[in-house]
Design a protein around this ligand. Structure first.
Ligand SMILES: [Cu+2]
Length: 181
């Protein structure tokens, strides 16, 4: 299953659970409660709340560790020691990408900046999915590291509205097979 469908399934399951909770509350509403029942319900609520609290703590800590263990943003202020470097300059309304041909299989460091306003530098895979993206900002260079696995023509699009020529502000990079293949 592709990631979007997994997330969609989790979201639908969550929405279903919330709906069931609402239905339960509505069904219980209006029923007369005696003291023993009230006492028991209060106790149950406390236990559930305690379990929920720890479940959230563990999920949060575990989720944070699992998703940020490999932090996706490379160090911005120290040399990365990557051999393939591509300089990217965005300007209203074109991209200057040097060089525009790179090799698959080893990391590429994109140094992305702008000469005028903010642009969004996004690389799209040949199948139309976004591979990686960062901001192109004036007076600042954002470093973006990506390892291409599939050779092909990758489309560049601007993801930050930057004026009348924003939509056609596209370009291409070419990824060729790793040497030795
Ligand atoms: Cu734009």
């Amino acid at each position: 299953m592709i990631l979007q469908n997994v997330i969609w399934t989790i979201a639908l399951t969550g929405m279903g659970l919330v709906t069931l909770g609402f239905i339960h509350v509505i069904r219980q509403a209006g029923k007369p409660a005696d003291d023993a029942e009230t006492h028991r319900a209060t106790h149950t609520a406390h236990v559930v709340r305690r379990w929920l609290f720890w479940a959230f703590v563990i999920t949060f800590v575990g989720g944070t560790y699992a998703t940020l263990r490999h932090f996706p943003i490379p160090p911005q202020h120290s040399p990365l020691g990557i051999h393939q470097v591509v300089d990217v300059v965005g300007q209203q309304w074109s991209w200057q990408i040097t060089p525009d041909t790179i090799r698959a299989g080893s990391p590429v460091e994109f140094r992305v900046t702008s000469t005028d306003v903010n642009h969004g530098f996004a690389i799209y895979q040949p199948d139309g999915r976004i591979a990686v993206q960062t901001q192109a900002m004036p007076d600042y260079t954002n470093k973006l590291v990506h390892t291409f696995t599939q050779p092909g023509t990758y489309k560049i699009m601007c993801l930050e509205y930057c004026g009348i020529g924003h939509a056609p502000m596209t370009s291409e990079i070419h990824v060729i097979a790793a040497s030795g293949e």
